[in-house]
Design a protein around this ligand. Structure first.
Ligand code: AMP
Length: 214
């Protein structure tokens, strides 16, 4: 028996990928590689890539593949990713998945967190993120112990600009049209595991742990 360590978390915005990734990082000691976080950093630092990505992100559209790929490939080649990683928010469409294959990057497990669409909207509008460590909270369902402060690192919590009602609608549409086809793609590859993403955070995490056994 072994435990899968080259992982991808698949799911609509608000499905709980970031929340569960933090737990996997703590337990498995492998990094979370979130393309959303990498892109938000690039925007915050004002790099050329960040400037180019910004308009797509603000509209809830996918950033062009070549920009995202350059970030991910560089991040995957860092030493801390040598023994495994948790891809969060990447691949986001079939062509990104094929770009991984073309580079010889193989995933052991794709974990899909399945959450009904009606629930996603409430999760996203109440979501708060830590500016320092990117841990994710929810005002009602998963509040921090002290308002506005991250339990994990003491960082400041903020609301993402694209967690506004109009942009959320676009992001959910983009997920259906471009990302959901990956369910079929990874099912055919035999590495997909579908996990109900509703219920307690601990219960969902337990189901993820079971799905890692190879
Ligand atoms: P996320 O934090 O995963 O919700 O991503 C926030 C935004 O970053 C998305 O709405 C996209 O604009 C962009 N983004 C993140 N990951 C990708 C990706 N793999 N491909 C294209 N755009 C992405």
């Amino acid at each position: 028996m072994s435990i899968a360590t080259r992982l991808m978390l698949l799911g609509a915005p608000g499905a709980g990928k970031g929340t569960q990734a933090v737990r996997l990082v703590d337990e498995l000691g492998i990094p979370q590689i979130s393309t959303g976080d990498l892109l938000r950093n690039a925007v915050a630092q004002g790099t050329d890539l960040g400037k180019e990505a910004q308009t797509y992100m603000a509209a809830g559209k996918l950033v062009p593949d070549e920009l995202v790929l350059s970030l991910v490939v560089a991040r995957l080649s860092e030493p801390d990713a040598a023994n495994g990683y948790i891809l969060d928010g990447f691949p986001r469409n079939i062509s990104q998945a094929e770009a991984l294959v073309a580079r010889g990057i193989k995933l052991d497990r794709v974990l899909s967190l399945d959450v009904p669409k009606e629930e996603l909207i409430g999760r996203l509008t109440g979501r708060r993120i830590c500016r320092a460590c990117q841990a994710s909270y929810h005002l009602t369902f998963n509040p921090s112990k002290k308002e506005g402060v991250c339990d994990r690192c003491g960082g400041e919590l903020y609301q993402r600009k694209d967690d506004s009602a109009d942009v959320i609608a676009n992001r959910l549409e983009v997920y259906e049209a471009q990302t959901a086809p990956l369910l079929d793609y990874y099912e055919k590859a035999g590495i997909l595991r579908r996990i109900p993403g509703t219920g307690s955070i601990e219960g969902i995490y337990a189901a993820i742990q079971n799905a890692l056994v190879m």
